[in-house]
Design a protein around this ligand. Sequence first.
Ligand code: PNS
Length: 165
Amino acid sequence: MATALCPGSFDPVTNGHLDIIERTARLFDDVIVAVIRNPQKTQSLFDLGERQEMLREVTAHLGNVRIDFFTGLLVDYAKEHGAHAIVKGLRAVSDFDYELQMAQMNQRLSGIDTFFVSTSPQYSFLSSSLVREVARFGGDVSSMVPRTVAERLAKMFTPSAPKES
Ligand code: PNS
């Protein structure tokens, strides 16, 4: 029984993330998608509960995928939950330096290896931060995120109708 761990901020989950999760679910018996509680990079747009809820909705068709969260070191969570591998998507060379460094650090700390899955080309430009920015200024992200995410973003950024006087 091989368990893979797909960690991330998922703020919000994109079609690129979902592609990696689906492909990981075909390769491993059990997949844990673990959402970091406090992403350091940004003030998060969606809170932890919302990020997990969206992930549950969009992975509902995958019977061997479960959603959880973690705080602290990823490798501590990985060891506690018996993960055999960490799986990450790689979009471009620009991802590689940092991802390699993290993979080597995680390997040194825990002995757990990281496996990189190449992002499908149609998603290689996609990131949660760009989706947030485009959605914030009213751009159409409906082809880049699952429908539930697009709806939540639209709700969040659609100006409310002016009140009648
Ligand atoms: O989706 P992201 O923001 O690229 O995910 C990055 C994440 C959460 C996987 C990474 O920052 C992480 O593992 N953080 C946990 C803290 C940790 O273990 N740091 C040491 C990494 S070598």
